[in-house]
Design a protein around this ligand. Structure first.
Ligand code: C2E
Ligand code: MG
Ligand code: MG
Length: 567
C-alpha cells in the first residue's frame, strides 16, 4: 500500500482517532506504574478526575486481591511481553469494578519507557456469570445451595475423606405435614415456613455448603467428624430440639416437626449419590413409622423398601388382572338386632399368597397413589353389588365404603362418585362413605367436600373415631351422620375402666350432637351388653359376623337373622 498511509499528517490523524475515539479505555503508565495519561475522562470509569489520577500509582486503584497479579503483569510487560489479565479495581466510592486489561510495552528507540493498558469493564458480564452460577447452584427462595451444589461438595469431601478423623453423616430432612400447611394456610405461608426452617437449620449447619434445599420441603445437611453412634445421636437430638419451639406465621403458632434419614460413610466405596439415596430411604421409613424422628440407614431398611416397590408393581398388575374382591361385614342395630348396613372391605386374591388382608397392601397403594384407581373400583363394585341385592328383592340397606386420605385429595372426587351412582343406579342414600379424622385437618377443603357429598345425598361416617386428630368443631359443623368408635376402645371396655369411660362419653357426646354411634370390633356378649346399656346405636364385629364374601353375605341377608341376644 502507498498513498495516504505514508503521509505523516494522515498517520497523526489516524493515531489521534485510534487513541481518543477508541471504545476501549486506554491508559499510559510509566516504568514505575504511575498514570501518565488516559484517553478519556477517567471520572466516568473510576470516579477520579484526570488531575487526581495524573502521577498516581496505578496500584492505588487495585483491590488487595489483584495487587500481586497486576504487579507481575506490569513487570512482564516492561520486559517486553504482551499480557492479558482479569483484575479488580476499586471505584473512588468503594464499589468494585472487574476489568480485563491488555498490556503492551510502550517503546521508544528500542527502550521500554512505559506500558499501554487497554481496559475493558467486564463487571456486568461477571455479574451475569455470577447470577447464572447462583441459579445453577442455589435455591433462589431460601438462598441455600441446591442439590447439585450439595452433591458436588459431598463428592469433594468424600475424595478428601482419608485425611479426616471421623466419619461424614448425610442427613436427609423432610418437613412433616408440609402439604397440609400449604393446603390449609396457602402457599405463601408455606414458603415463609420453609424460609424459617432454613434459618433454624442454618444455625445447626453453619458452614456454607453443609446445608442445602434439595426440593420442596426436603433439605440435606452434612455432619463432619462424626466419632461414633453416640456422637451422632447426641447431635441429632440437638437437631430435633430445634423444632420444639413453634413457628409464628401470620399470627398463628404452628408446631412443625421434621423427619430425618441419615447415612454414614463406611470407607472406600462411598459415593455422594449412594449416600443421599440411603439417607432418603431411611427418611421414608421414618415417615412411615409416624414421623418426627430420625433413623440411621441399614440394609434392612433397603430390603423392605425394595419389597414395597415390588408390592406396588404387583398391585398395579393385580388391578389389571382383576385380582381384588370385596368382603362385606354386617352392621347390626343394637336395639332390634337386625342388620341395618354392611361395610365393604377389600381383599386381594393373590395368585400365590392367597387372600391378602388390606393392612398388607393399602399403605403401599396409598403411598404410590394406586389407591385412587383401587378405591374407585371398590366404590363402583360396592354400589353395583348393593343395587343388585336390592334388585333381587332384599330390604335396602346402605353399604359403607372406606375412603382414604389420598382419594380425598384428588380433584373431582365428587364428580366421580356421582358418576358411579348414576351408572350403577344406586340411590345415594344407600351409600355411606367412611372417612378418617385426618381429612378434617384441612378444614376448608373437607368442609366443601363433605357438604357436596351431603348435597348428593350420600351418608358420611367417621371411621376409627378417637384414634386421630379430633376437633369438636368439625363434629358440630360438618354434615356427618355417624361415628364409628375404634375397636381399640371397645376391646377393653370390660377390663379397662378408662376405656369404658371413653366409650360411654363418646356415645353421650355423639347423641348430643345428633350423631349415630357404631361400635367397631365387638367380639363378646359382655361388650354388647355394655353398649346397649349406654344406648350405642349400632355394632359391627365378630360377635355378629366376620366380613364375608358376597355370596355368604347374600345368604345372611336373605336369612333375615338377628343378633343373638339375651334380654
Ligand atoms: P376399618 O374400616 O376400621 O375396618 C374394620 C376392620 O376391622 C376390618 O379389617 C375388619 O375385618 C376388622 N374387624 C371387624 N370386626 C372385628 C372384630 O370383631 N375384631 C377384630 N379384631 N377385628 C374386626 P380389615 O378388613 O382387615 O380392614 C382393615 C382396614 O383396611 C379397614 O379398617 C380400612 O381402614 C382399610 N380398608 C379396608 N378396605 C378398604 C377399602 O376398600 N379402601 C380403603 N381405603 N381402605 C380399606
Ligand atoms: Mg371402615
Ligand atoms: Mg374402623
Amino acid at each position: 500500500m502507498n498513498g495516504c498511509s505514508d503521509n505523516p499528517a494522515y498517520q497523526n490523524v489516524l493515531l489521534h482517532s485510534l487513541y481518543y475515539d477508541n471504545p476501549l479505555a486506554i491508559a499510559v503508565i510509566d516504568r514505575f506504574g504511575r498514570f501518565l495519561d488516559i484517553n478519556r475522562d477517567p471520572y466516568d470509569m473510576f470516579g477520579y478526575s484526570r488531575e487526581e489520577l495524573a502521577g498516581q500509582p496505578f496500584s492505588d486503584l487495585l483491590d488487595e486481591l489483584s495487587y500481586d497479579m497486576t504487579m507481575q503483569v506490569f513487570e512482564r510487560t516492561l520486559a517486553g511481553e504482551k499480557c492479558s489479565q482479569e483484575i479488580r479495581v476499586l471505584h473512588k466510592d468503594g464499589h468494585p469494578l472487574d476489568l480485563n486489561i491488555d498490556t503492551v510495552p510502550l517503546m521508544r528507540r528500542k527502550k521500554t519507557i512505559g506500558i499501554v493498558v487497554f481496559f475493558q469493564d467486564i463487571s456486568e458480564r461477571k455479574r451475569t456469570m455470577e447470577k447464572i452460577r447462583f441459579m445453577a447452584y442455589f435455591d433462589d427462595m431460601t438462598g441455600l445451595p441446591n442439590r447439585r451444589y450439595f452433591t458436588e461438595r459431598l463428592e469433594d469431601k468424600l475424595a478428601g475423606a482419608d485425611k479426616r478423623d471421623g466419619q461424614l453423616a448425610v442427613c436427609y430432612l423432610g418437613v412433616d405435614q408440609f402439604k397440609l400447611v400449604n393446603a390449609s394456610y396457602g402457599k405463601d405461608i408455606g414458603d415463609m415456613l420453609l424460609m424459617m426452617i432454613a434459618e433454624r437449620l442454618t444455625g445447626f449447619f453453619p458452614e456454607t455448603g453443609n446445608l442445602a434445599r434439595m426440593e420442596g420441603d426436603e433439605f440435606a445437611g452434612l455432619l463432619e467428624d462424626v466419632r461414633d453412634q453416640e456422637d451422632l445421636s447426641g447431635r441429632m437430638d440437638e437437631l430435633m430440639r430445634l423444632f420444639e419451639k413453634p413457628f409464628e406465621l401470620a399470627g398463628v403458632h404452628l408446631h412443625i416437626s421434621v423427619s430425618v434419614g441419615i447415612s454414614i460413610t463406611q470407607g472406600a466405596g462411598d459415593d455422594a449419590i449412594g449416600l443421599l439415596k440411603k439417607a432418603d430411604t431411611a427418611l421414608h421409613r421414618v415417615k412411615e413409622n409416624g414421623k418426627n424422628d430420625y433413623l440411621l440407614f441399614s440394609s434392612d431398611i433397603a430390603h423392605t423398601a425394595l419389597h414395597k416397590l415390588t408390592l406396588q408393581h404387583e398391585i398395579k398388575k393385580a388391578l389389571q388382572n382383576q385380582e381384588f374382591l370385596l368382603y362385606y361385614q354386617p352392621q347390626y342395630d343394637l336395639a332390634s338386632g337386625r342388620i341395618v348396613g354392611v361395610e365393604a372391605l377389600v381383599r386381594w386374591k393373590h395368585p400365590e399368597r392367597g387372600l391378602v388382608p388390606p393392612g398388607e397392601f393399602i399403605p403401599a397403594a396409598e403411598e404410590s397413589g394406586l389407591i385412587v384407581p383401587l378405591g374407585e373400583w371398590v366404590l363402583q363394585e360396592a354400589c353395583r353389588q348393593n343395587k343388585s341385592w336390592q334388585d333381587a328383592g332384599m330390604t335396602p340397606i346402605p353399604v359403607s365404603v372406606n375412603l382414604s386420605f389420598r382419594q380425598f385429595a384428588q380433584r373431582n372426587l365428587i364428580g366421580k362418585i356421582a358418576d358411579i351412582l348414576q351408572k350403577t343406579k344406586l340411590d345415594p342414600r344407600y351409600l355411606e362413605l367412611e372417612i378418617t379424622e385426618s381429612i378434617t385437618m384441612d378444614v376448608e377443603r373437607a368442609s366443601r367436600f363433605l357438604q357436596e357429598l351431603a348435597d348428593l345425598g350420600v351418608g358420611i361416617s367417621i371411621d376409627d373415631f378417637g384414634t386421630g386428630y379430633s376437633s369438636f368443631h368439625y363434629l358440630r359443623n360438618f354434615p356427618i351422620g355417624s361415628l364409628k368408635i375404634d375397636r381399640s376402645f371397645v376391646r377393653d371396655i370390660q377390663q379397662d375402666p378408662s376405656d369404658a369411660a371413653i366409650v360411654s362419653a363418646i356415645i353421650a357426646m355423639a347423641h348430643n350432637l345428633q350423631l349415630q354411634v357404631i361400635a367397631e370390633g365387638v367380639e363378646t356378649e359382655e361388650q354388647v351388653k355394655f353398649l346397649r346399656h349406654h344406648r350405642c346405636d349400632e355394632m359391627q364385629g365378630y360377635f355378629g359376623s366376620p366380613p364375608l364374601p358376597r355370596e355368604r353375605m347374600k345368604e345372611l341377608l336373605l336369612s333375615e337373622s338377628v343378633l343373638p341376644m339375651n334380654h
